[in-house]
Design a protein around this ligand. Structure first.
Ligand SMILES: Cc1ncc(C[n+]2csc(CCOP(=O)(O)OP(=O)(O)O)c2C)c(N)n1
Ligand SMILES: [Mg+2]
Length: 357
């Protein structure tokens, strides 16, 4: 089934439909009612954005293999439709925060691939001047608030970003990403409670890629993650994260709901990471067949590519887009290798913020 035909049928499950929550959570119109056929421009734009992330991550994997990237490196390959679909329907003032699996989110926010790659190689041209690495990059200009290695932290800090939007009255929404493993953290429950109580504008996105390190969701999590907010009156929804149009539609409605002053919303996006947890994980806890099935049958980029070819866009045009994107990434990789390493005098700078006397 192609992405667009899936986008026009109901691809989501909602906790607000459930009897248990019917009295507390407002009902939302179903995604299928508002799904419209994407235009060629929309398809091309999403295709480019997803491909940029894919090619960036492939190159990061190569540089890691060559010993040019040190420390941890968590690739986003396979999950591209999640952040691409959501970011495509955000507004300028919205803020984003995520976990350590963060390169895709930075690129989706519009951060420069050169600065992200140079941070991975620990160079001064990186977003944290080469002192943060893969998990610690930020851009206030692009409203990207990290990059956090502590599981669950992005949810709590994301709740604070939501408070900031409410306090400033800028009509912005904080989009706070977490993994399926993070969803079991205590601070996530505390965040849900506070956000519901104060009606904070936060979109909680659970990227359920089926595993938290080597532990499957089935072995670690009771119940459905998108229903975890029911006790607080937070509506939740589950959406196919390999289908960028389904993600886009669900996010559009969720953001409308939040921006109208209704408080937080939980979007559980079902996705899959093709690589191991980090570069050092051979991923022996899952079968090759399982991985191949996702790659061959549900790849988010191939789905959009097939759809565009069905719509009559020549394959050569798509190949030339890929070539252009590979050139951008090659340039970023070169910059990341040529940019100097931080001087030893920088070891103690940027550690504490100077307090004004
Ligand atoms: C508070 C805390 N506990 C444990 C860890 C170790 N740890 C790092 S990643 C991870 C798994 C998280 O999995 P998930 O939330 O599903 O995200 P994914 O890696 O799948 O994107 C764990 C347990 C940590 N970083 N922080
Ligand atoms: Mg996970």
């Amino acid at each position: 089934m192609t992405a667009s035909s899936k986008a026009t049928k109901k691809t989501t499950k909602k906790s607000s439909d459930k009897k248990a929550s019917a009295s507390k959570t407002p009902s939302l119109k179903s995604v299928s009612n508002s799904a419209k056929k994407p235009t060629t421009e929309e398809m091309l734009s999403l295709y480019k954005d997803m491909l940029l992330i894919r090619r960036f991550e492939e190159k990061a994997g190569q540089l890691y293999g060559m010993g040019l990237i040190g420390g941890f490196c968590h690739l986003y390959i396979g999950q591209e439709a999640v952040v691409t679909g959501i970011q495509s329907v955000q507004e300028e003032q919205d803020t984003v925060i995520t976990t350590y699996r963060d390169h895709g989110h930075m690129l989706a926010c519009g951060m420069d691939p050169k600065g992200v790659m140079a941070e991975l190689t620990g160079r001064t041209g990186g977003y944290s001047s080469g002192k943060g690495g893969s998990m610690h990059m930020f851009s206030r200009e692009k409203n990207f608030y990290g990059g956090h290695g502590i599981v669950g932290a992005s949810t709590a800090i994301g709740t604070g970003l939501g408070f900031s939007h409410q306090y400033k009255g800028d009509n912005g929404v904080a989009v706070a990403y977490m993994g399926d493993g993070s969803a079991n953290q205590g601070q996530v429950a505390e965040s849900y409670n506070m956000a519901a109580l104060w009606k904070l504008p936060v979109l909680y996105v659970i990227e359920n890629n089926k595993y938290g390190m080597g532990t499957s969701v089935a072995r670690s999590s009771a119940g459905e993650l998108y229903r975890r907010g029911e006790g607080y009156g937070i509506p939740g929804e589950q959406v196919d994260g390999m289908d960028v149009f389904a993600v886009q539609n669900a996010a559009r409605q969720a953001l409308d709901y939040i921006r109208s002053g209704n408080g937080p919303y939980i979007l559980e996006v079902l996705t899959y990471r093709y690589r191991g947890h980090s570069m050092s994980d051979p991923a022996k806890y899952r079968s090759k067949e399982e991985v191949a099935k996702y790659k061959d049958e549900q790849d988010p980029i191939a789905q959009v590519k097939n759809l565009m070819m069905e719509e009559g866009i020549p394959e050569d045009n798509l190949k030339s887009i890929d070539k252009d994107i590979k050139a951008i990434i090659a340039e970023a990789a070169q910059f990341a290798q040529e940019s100097p390493e931080p001087h030893v005098d920088e070891l103690w700078t940027d550690v504490l913020i100077p307090v004004a006397e």
